[in-house]
Design a protein around this ligand. Sequence first.
Ligand code: ADP
Ligand code: MG
Length: 298
Amino acid sequence: ATPTAVMVGTGVGASQGVLIKGGQALESAHKVNCVIFDKTGTLTIGKPVVVKTTLLKSMVLQDFYELIAATEMNSEHPLAKAIVEYAKKIREDEEDPVWPEARAFESITGYGVKATVRNKEIIIGNKSLILDQNIAIPVDGELMLAETETMAQTGILVSIDREVTGILAISDPLKPSACEVISILKSMKVRSIMVTGDNWGTANSIAKEIGIETVIAEAKPEEKAEKVKELQATGFTVAMVGDGVNDSPALAAADVGMAIGAGTDIAIEAADIVLMKSNLEDVITAIDLSRKTFSRIR
Ligand code: ADP
Ligand code: MG
């Protein structure tokens, strides 16, 4: 392609809300034969909501939520925001409730959070976090977790003073275009993979729903980047699509990093292409544009 063609391609991209940071990014995109999608905020809307609470011990729901909201208030995680929102909602009487003080707050990236509230030790997070703390998960808790996973929801455990007291089911709906985008990529001979920090059960349910065959779950940020490199080593030209801080190492490692416009600044900085409208379809727009610019056959 001539420099003029590259300029035109980049311009067309910009006019469609696909921000391409330079000619190299536009060129690499036409060779992409594998796209790795982050789950939360990329394939899903990224605005999770609490859809069900199961208490395993007798406790007033408002009191239960007061303890967990006080803890999650200190976390930036989308799941934390969902939990605090729900806690506000069930308080009904107050617009902006004041939560009790949380001491010794600790965030365990990829697992959950801990704090001391009203002299009680609160631990909120996934199954691994609870088991790592040597806290037993009762059978009815395990059953609830399994149910959330088959429903493509995320199950979060709440431990109060080392007893699993409740299970929250949190749902983050798929973006309406997710299925179609995966099927179009398939027709373009591009393989789709999903990578997420969420658990295997939930990840598999979501992947099945949208037609993605390869899933990597319970992945830490470094593992997302390692997966990119592994695929590159086996001859794939890899695009990574993500929105979070935890996606930025993978976005940087990919042949083409594509950030969701509504994502975090760190992801946008690490990427080669920014999908300004946050539409998944624009993954295809970017690849198409590159193919049109760089293909010899016109
Ligand atoms: P993702 O790739 O889906 O953004 P993360 O690596 O951020 O996943 O988190 C993985 C898992 O850790 C979440 O699915 C959740 O189970 C648990 N987790 C992380 N942060 C929190 C939190 N603030 N509260 C409760 N659970 C959390
Ligand atoms: Mg994400």
